[in-house]
Design a protein around this ligand. Structure first.
Ligand SMILES: Nc1ncnc2c1ncn2[C@@H]1O[C@H](COP(=O)(O)OP(=O)(O)OP(=O)(O)O)[C@@H](O)[C@H]1O
Ligand SMILES: [Mg+2]
Length: 309
């Protein structure tokens, strides 16, 4: 038997509108009514399922928005805290520089006066000297990190500038330095003062990583510079201790350090400096084999958002 699934009202209307012979075929039998009810239930069930899906989707969206709002709030608070911390750091660091300078001068005088007198104070004076250096290093790190001003980029020959920065650095005993300049004529916009700190921080980290290596191991520090597409890349590769994934994950967190004497601001400062140049920093490392840090600069002045001089 052919059944037409119609709701009762529609079935009734058809009965009155259609000629008798035709309307007969739409007359709802109990079976038809049952099937119509089943169809209606199925339709309702589908609507309920769709509503549930929409509800789930809405809940997911609410969760996502809540998480985004929470992140934005945390970021805002972090930004405010960092800015207050930055100002405080800059002030305190500046204030500390003066007494530290006085200590250094006094120590120098004492060292001169006690020289060759065999008073047995040489080691203590040496320790005091190193401690002053250490304090100076911490202040420099903090001031570098607290600097949030825009980079003052000027067009310049990056390779000859890099050579001059490298010439100023101490070469640790037993370390072989290799220099590989692929595009020595390259001219790019950069802030020499800021980039210098990024190079020195990377260089120091590479030297520290090789300092505790067992005596038989080769110690090489390779500084390569090359144009790579639209980037000018300076890579610093060491054959030091390398890093595991846990260290790599935290390396840009301010104050993260695995060294007993480390401040943990070197890498965050490098990242900040490179990003302010419109570039970035990338790391690859293998525990026990070494690390490569790539500092890259955009080759176009436009990427900096500042007019190069
Ligand atoms: N070339 C490298 N090889 C191995 N580990 C490295 C290297 N560079 C950085 N690290 C790891 O990353 C950590 C953070 O480096 P970062 O320069 O920020 O701080 P730090 O060197 O410990 O202290 P400082 O602020 O005095 O530079 C280091 O403590 C070290 O564990
Ligand atoms: Mg460091």
């Amino acid at each position: 038997m052919q059944c037409v699934h119609q709701r009762p009202v529609v079935a009734k209307m058809k009965q009155t509108l259609l000629p008798d012979d035709l309307s007969m075929s739409t007359d709802p039998s109990p079976d038809c009514e049952l099937q119509a009810a089943q169809a209606e239930i199925a339709e309702l069930q589908q609507q309920v399922a769709e509503l549930m899906m929409q509800k789930d989707d809405l809940e997911r969206q609410v969760d996502e928005r809540t998480a985004a709002l929470h992140d934005a709030r945390t970021e805002l608070l972090r930004g405010e805290r960092m800015s207050a911390l930055g100002q405080l750091t800059a002030t305190v660091s500046h204030e500390l520089r003066n007494p530290l300078g006085a200590l250094r001068t006094s120590l120098f005088m004492i060292q001169n006066k006690t020289k060759d007198k065999e008073l047995g104070v040489e080691r203590a004076l040496g320790r005091a000297d190193r401690s002053i250096d250490r304090c100076d290093h911490i202040i420099t790190d903090m001031l570098d990190y607290a600097r949030t001003s825009d980079v003052q980029a000027k067009m310049g020959n990056i390779d000859s500038w890099l050579d001059s920065v490298l010439e100023e650095q101490k070469i640790p005993e037993g370390v072989e330095i290799r220099r590989d300049a692929r595009n020595p004529e390259m001219v790019v916009p950069f802030d020499g003062d800021r980039l210098r700190r990024a190079i020195i921080n990377s260089y120091d980290n590479a030297c520290h990583a090789m300092a505790d290596e067992e005596s038989g191991k080769e110690r090489q520090l390779t500084i390569k510079s090359a144009l790579n597409g639209m980037r000018f890349e300076i890579s610093i590769t060491d054959t030091g201790c390398g890093m595991d994934d846990a260290t790599l994950d935290k390396i840009f967190e301010p104050l993260f350090s695995t060294k007993s004497y480390g401040v943990g601001l070197g890498m965050p400062t490098i990242k900040q400096t490179m990003e302010q140049h419109g570039g970035g920093v990338e790391l690859t490392s293998t525990p026990g084999f070494g690390t490569t840090v790539v500092l890259w600069l955009p080759t176009e002045a436009a990427a900096l958002g500042t007019a190069a001089a």
